[in-house]
Ligand binder design. Structure first.
Ligand code: IVH
Length: 677
């Protein structure tokens, strides 16, 4: 019996851990918060029944997710705890009772501040002498990632705290502001629209897109994501003496931080409940996602009295909204073919109204999901919007089955060209292997012509569709053989637009090498990697001759990317395409400074930087290393080649000494930057 309980706990813990990884590390959750909390509650109740079976690594013993790699891990001065969730009025009333009980039944007046729970990423913002010095994600609650450079791209973030008259002497030391980084709905939709064009996986919701953006190693790209911020508390400060949360909110607003205006001081729990209910509807009019409300005791002295558990403070709670759901019938599952031949299933539904729109299609991420959720054609399915935006199938209403529902089989042939597909058994990556498949050709040509690639205005999906169907285009190099007389024959193509299109095709021949590399649509090679490759090789010829081993040594090019690039250029179809591009006089060389990267001793070496530097800022030295093809890592390991040690270097220096790693000064580093012959 005991064995069985132990197994059950371990299975549940592992399931929760796998959802944690999907949520925190992969930014791709497969269940909603409600389902997740139910799993967690099951585990909590089992563990409280059998406390001797609680393991230190149980998800109940942790505050959040793992910190990400690639950013420096920073210890929080004050742990960033999480919030207990509630889903009903009754639970809110119980919370209120607990508060009164914990306050010893004294005749307290407990007022609550009710705020929107912004569905974004928690952030800790540090200021020294009123100047912004560091932004750190919550991470696992005790340690987070230093994402300062990306945080600085948020326009409304004050880089200096605005000090009021008579106040500046008080908070001249350290101050920590806490808040939420988020992405407005419209920006999220734009990012996903672009990702769809680029054949990149979509973000499931704005929260994941915000997390993905904070994780970008290049702040220039992060800046384009237009992240936003709401501040909601002071985590640490010296010399401030507010006595309530309302005062805190006013103070941080005076400091210059954006504070969400929709907070409300409530006299009692009934008013709290009324406010929460009102926002369950009103939240749909907001430009950003709100997944619940946060209810906080207003008086700071009472907060102190109430204290915290190891996981969450006792003086606050969240009230989570149930995602709006609808039930409808799954009419059939169609299969789309992507640019690289990837087959993806799409659910076609009986139209149903959900959270303000009519939904007739829903995302099915891959074939495995159909099997995992046991989705059959003809089933009644519950759909919900992920982050209230993209509809997805939450589950099947099995009670409604009549027996006539048909299981869906992973296709063995491409639905467009009928070629036998690769890998049907993996159910995750099923591909049409035929490079001449018209579906792939259409996607590839559209991708080639897209703005961030060759930027051929007027060559959108509708025109490409006709050109491929008319056999005028088999691959994107054929674009350069198109004649005005071919174009005028197309539907809705007047002489003027045909002329314009020919002009933009001509203009695209002078695009820079990075655009061309990106446009060629090599698997996994997006705009950033194309930039790196263009800078490194300087010409398409050099890139096409590079061996996988050399590609792998390039900073930011991982082994899978290296393999894809090498395979792409070895393919005879690619060779023919390159010949056609060259014959058409399409530029295949880097137009910007120099041809390729001058090699220095930094190239392909792994660096760790520690201590206080005098000649560079941390960001500067890291960028120089990366620009010279080196790697920067945050911790010293066997694979580290150099430790650049500034003043007051600590444990990293000790570790490097123990491991016998080369320790250099900033001046030594400068000598590594001399070009090698
Ligand atoms: S107060 C002890 N107020 O919700 C934590 N959190 O599960 C105190 N959140 O990601 C947090 N809006 O960043 C607080 N108005 C708000 C909030 C808020 C969103 C987030 C928080 C964290 C999550 C907690």
């Amino acid at each position: 019996m005991v064995d069985k309980i132990e197994d059950k706990i371990e299975k549940l813990a592992e399931l929760i851990r796998s959802h944690d990884r999907k949520y925190y590390s992969e930014n791709c959750p497969v269940i909603g918060d409600f389902e997740y909390d139910q799993l967690m509650n099951q585990l909590i109740s089992l563990e409280s029944e059998f406390p001797h079976l609680v393991k230190p690594d149980s998800p109940t013993q942790r505050v959040g997710g793992e910190p990400l790699t690639g950013f420096e891990a920073v210890e929080h001065k004050i742990p960033m705890l999480s919030i207990d969730n509630t889903y009903s009025e009754d639970e809110l009333k119980e919370f209120d009772k607990r508060i009164f009980k914990a306050l010893d039944g004294e005749n307290h007046i407990v007022e609550y501040v009710v705020e929107l729970k912004i569905d974004g990423i928690a952030i800790s913002l540090w200021y020294e002498n009123n100047a912004f010095v560091r932004g750190v994600t919550r991470g696992d609650g005790s340690k987070g990632d230093d994402v300062t450079s990306n945080i600085k791209t948020i326009r409304e973030l004050p880089l200096r705290i605005a000090t009021q008259k008579g106040q500046n002497t008080q908070n001249s030391g350290l101050i920590e502001i806490r808040g939420e980084v988020y992405l407005p709905n419209e920006d999220f939709q734009q990012i996903n629209a672009k990702r769809r064009d680029d054949d990149e996986p979509l973000f499931a919701n704005p929260r994941n897109a915000a997390a993905g953006s904070l994780k970008l190693l290049d702040p220039r790209i992060a800046a384009k994501r237009r992240l936003h911020l709401f501040a909601y508390d002071i985590g640490y400060a010296e010399g401030l003496n507010q006595s309530s949360h309302m005062e805190t909110l006013n103070l941080i607003r005076e400091f210059g931080f954006p504070v969400n205006p929709n907070f409300k001081l409530c006299k009692n729990i009934d008013e709290v409940i009324e406010t929460c209910n009102a926002w369950d509807t009103k939240r749909r009019d907001l430009q950003y996602q709100v997944d619940g409300m946060v209810i906080k005791v207003n008086a700071l002295n009472l907060r102190e009295e109430l204290g915290a558990t190891s996981k969450a403070p006792r003086w606050l709670i969240s009230y989570k909204f149930h995602p709006e759901q609808a039930v409808t019938r799954l009419k059939n599952i169609s299969v789309q073919v992507g640019r690289s031949g990837a087959l993806t299933p799409v659910a076609n539904l009986d139209p149903v109204s959900l959270a303000g729109t009519t939904v007739s299609r829903a995302t099915l991420h891959n074939f495995d999901e159909i099997k995992r959720k046991d989705i059959r054609i003809g089933d009644y399915v519950t759909i919900q919007k992920a982050g209230d935006i993209i509809p997805q199938i939450a589950g099947v209403v099995k009670e409604k089955r009549s027996g006539s529902e048909q299981p869906f089989n992973v296709p063995e042939n491409c639905p467009v060209c009928d070629s036998v597909v690769d890998n049907p058994e993996t159910e995750v990556y099923v591909r049409c292997p035929n490079p001449l498949c018209p579906a792939q050709a259409k996607r590839r040509v559209t991708f080639f012509a897209a703005r961030n690639a060759m930027d051929i205005e007027g060559l959108g999906p509708a025109v490409v569709e006709q050109l491929v169907n008319e056999n005028l285009l088999k691959d994107y190099a054929d674009i350069y053989s198109l004649k005005e007389s071919d174009l005028v024959k197309l539907e809705r193509m007047a002489e003027k637009s045909a002329k314009n299109l020919i002009n933009s095709i001509e203009k695209s021949k002078t695009r820079d090498l990075n655009n061309l590399i990106c446009a060629m649509g090599i698997n996994n090679i997006g705009a950033r990697a194309a930039d790196v490759l263009a800078k490194y090789f300087g010409s398409l010829d050099k890139l096409s001759e590079a061996a996988k081993e050399e590609l792998e040594t390039i900073n930011e090019i991982g082994p899978i990317m290296a393999e894809n690039i090498a395979a792409f250029f070895q393919n005879s179809a690619t060779k023919a395409i390159i010949e056609k591009l060259k014959t058409a006089n399409v530029n295949t060389k880097s137009l910007s400074s120099g041809n390729g990267m001058a090699k220095t001793a930094v190239f392909a070496k792994s660096f760790v930087v520690t201590g206080t530097l005098e000649q560079y800022t941390r960001n500067e030295i890291e960028n120089i290393i990366k620009e010279h093809g080196g790697k920067v890592s945050s911790s010293v390991g066997k694979k580290t080649d150099f430790l650049v040690a500034g003043k007051a270097a600590g444990s990293k220096l000790d570790k490097a000494e123990t491991l016998g790693i080369k320790i250099i000064t900033e001046t030594d580093f400068k000598t590594l930057l001399a070009p090698l012959n």
